[in-house]
Design a binder for this molecule. Structure first.
Ligand code: SAM
Ligand code: SF4
Length: 338
């Protein structure tokens, strides 16, 4: 009997199937969130960036190798010029069924004007980062943000029928006191809400030991007001989800610091210069730009992808305490793509 051809799958040395690629299409951003960047950042020269056509080519090579989910992120993906054309071209993989989901993570500042194009390209779910509902506090956290613009983007996304997940980095003494209210607000809006612990990535102007809030503490605080019933994971992501009985909304927790979330990791991350990080919290990197540019066909690129997956490490080694008050990795989250 001849074997049936099967869909290719990228399997790492620990038996984890890699179905998910996150792509940082730019390291630039129109905000300077205090946990993510310092105010004065040096960005990559634009000439070093992969073109949008090259980004499409790498993403498509991953889709051919069995990647089912693509998340476009950054930096702020919506500040990259013509980024919508990348969504439009990648949307063809949704039509063939090769890709299950095309999505993005955004700060929401420029969302309103792009929502319709994103939807037409096939985007159905988006993640929007929002750490406060108070305009003044939002400005302090993001340094340059305007809450009204994010709210406008969220309303537009809701009106277009997109599913929205709010990402909130929970920070001690910064927005900790607002987290109960965020649960109420997201529940009322029909948005999922995911809290994230601060991760030690890149130099920021502030002190991370001051910001760091273990989510176990936040959850205990939330449970004084809300009933949070654990629910099985349906997203395939690193968040552990609960359902808030009172609002019916989903509330998730991403706890890279207090729990190792690596066992079920199904993802790798591509930077805007074509470097592939097999782990958010490790420095090993595979150059995909050179093999891609070395030939018009994709053989070298595909081989480089397979070689990289074989090097995927077991997990990260993030620690934040007084003795470890340095970034675990020197690059910012905006480089690897959160
Ligand atoms: N600019 C977009 C945004 O903010 O949604 C996409 C890129 S941003 C790097 C992706 C996510 O990473 C955001 O939800 C942000 O809050 C989170 N993030 C950035 N730096 C972080 C850090 N050091 N620790 C934890 N989360 C971080
Ligand atoms: Fe920009 Fe997103 Fe980083 Fe904030 S978290 S500075 S919006 S890349």
């Amino acid at each position: 009997m001849t074997a049936m051809p099967s869909t290719p799958v990228l399997i790492d040395p620990f038996g984890r199937a890699i179905h998910y690629l996150r792509v940082s299409v730019t390291d630039r951003c129109d905000l300077r969130c205090v946990y993510c960047m310092s105010e004065d950042m040096t960005f990559l020269p634009k000439a070093e960036l992969l073109s949008l056509e090259e980004l499409d080519r790498v993403c498509s090579a991953f889709v051919e190798q069995g990647v089912r989910k693509l998340r476009i992120t950054g930096g702020e993906p919506l500040v990259r010029r013509n980024v919508i054309s990348l969504f439009q071209s990648l949307g063809r993989h949704l039509k063939t069924g090769a890709l299950e989901e095309l999505t993005l993570t955004t700060n929401g500042m420029n969302l309103a004007k792009h929502v319709d194009d994103l939807r037409n390209a096939g985007v159905r779910r988006i993640n929007v980062s929002l750490d406060s509902l108070d305009p003044a506090r939002f400005k302090t956290i993001t340094r340059w943000g305007d809450l009204a613009k994010v709210m406008e983007g969220l309303s537009a996304a809701k009106a277009a029928g997109m599913k929205v997940k709010i990402n909130t980095v929970a920070m001690r003494d910064v927005n900790e006191d607002e987290c109960e209210e965020l649960v109420a607000w997201c529940g009322a809006q029909g948005f999922d809400l995911v809290f994230i612990e601060t991760m030690p990535m890149g130099d920021i102007d502030g002190d991370r030991t001051q910001q760091y809030l273990p989510l176990s503490m936040l959850r205990a605080r939330l449970e004084q007001r809300w009933t949070l019933e654990p629910i099985p994971d349906v997203t395939g992501g690193p968040a552990r989800y609960t359902r808030c009985t009172e609002t019916s909304g989903r509330v998730g927790f991403i706890t890279p610091m207090t729990h190792n979330f690596c066992e079920s990791c199904n993802r790798v991350r591509l930077t805007c210069t074509g470097m592939l990080y097999m782990c958010l919290g490790q420095d090993d990197v595979a150059d995909l730009r050179s093999p891609m540019r070395a030939s018009e066909g994709n053989e070298l690129l595909t081989a480089a992808i397979h070689e990289a997956i074989v090097r995927k490490p077991k997990g990260h080694d993030f620690v934040i305490d007084r003795r470890h008050n340095r970034p675990a990795v020197h690059r910012h989250m905006s480089v690897t793509g959160g």
